[in-house]
Design a protein around this ligand. Structure first.
Ligand code: MN
Length: 259
């Protein structure tokens, strides 16, 4: 069989372990799932998407990283346990998915050491921030004065709703080729204090941090965004360029490490 040149992108799966009522029809066992937008965005960008269900052992996680060339931490219907950043849960705190969060933070840390290309989306960006010692707003409307409508319902997530300013000299600004871009918004939580070694590379008009990168290059590509570029992918050149760059970095990683 010819050697596979396309990079394999592992995407963390969502689960119903939060018991919030979704996928009830499957009964009592845990179910893993992922929206097709993620799959399409990776496939159309030249990568092979693979869904990573939640595993618990460090060996299995290390095994995942042996199989993949890029890690995409996805969003989903969950909140990160505030205890992980030293806070008590507020009443507005949503469903927690503890096993998912533990795996995502552990995978992120291992991938960072390996300098594997990383893309964090929505809850994925939040996991990266908490993994580096940062904190979150548990519920933006209760904690940020004059905040934008970051849950843009009824506007569908395939349409953008607010602008973010992109920081000078950031990777994301280079990718966008513009100082600002309009993004979708379906989050009630957001970064409060930045994790160690992170810079805010995208900021909404109300001051909410919507994008992060490493302050100093670790040698590995990493961008985290609070919005959902995969849902905008079809009609957004910027989203296409972001995924294309991520997959290209994964291709380079594969060439460097899988010889
Ligand atoms: Mn937003």
């Amino acid at each position: 069989m010819a050697k596979l040149k396309m990079p394999v992108i592992g995407i963390s799966a969502d689960t119903n372990e939060g018991k919030e009522g979704d996928l009830k029809e499957y009964g009592s066992d845990t179910v893993f799932w992922l929206k097709k937008h993620y799959i399409t965005a990776i496939e159309k960008s030249g990568g092979i998407p693979v869904i990573l269900p939640v595993v618990e052992s460090p060996k299995a996680m290390a095994g995942y990283l042996n199989l993949i060339d890029g890690l995409l931490l996805s969003g989903g219907y969950f909140d990160i346990n505030p205890k992980l950043y030293g806070e008590k849960p507020m009443p507005q705190c949503g469903a927690l998915k503890p096993a998912r969060t533990l795996m995502e933070i552990a995978l992120f840390k291992k991938a960072r050491k390996l300098k594997m290309p990383l893309l964090g989306i929505c809850g994925g960006l939040q996991a990266i921030n908490v993994g580096l010692g940062g904190t979150l707003y548990q519920h933006i409307p209760a904690q940020v004065e004059n905040a934008l409508a970051h849950e843009q319902k009824p506007v569908p997530s395939t349409k953008p709703s607010h602008y973010v300013a992109l920081a000078k000299n950031s990777e994301i600004r280079k990718i966008a080729g513009a100082p600002k871009t309009k993004v979708n918004s379906t989050h009630h939580q957001a970064i409060k204090d930045l994790g160690r070694g992170l810079i805010a590379c995208a900021v909404a008009e109300d001051g909410i941090v919507e994008g992060v990168e490493f302050k100093k290059s670790t040698g590995g590509f990493m961008i985290g965004v609070q919005w959902h570029p995969e849902a905008l992918f079809k009609n957004s050149t910027f989203s296409q360029k972001l995924f294309h760059r991520f997959v290209t970095e994964a291709k380079k990683y594969k060439a460097q490490t899988r010889t």
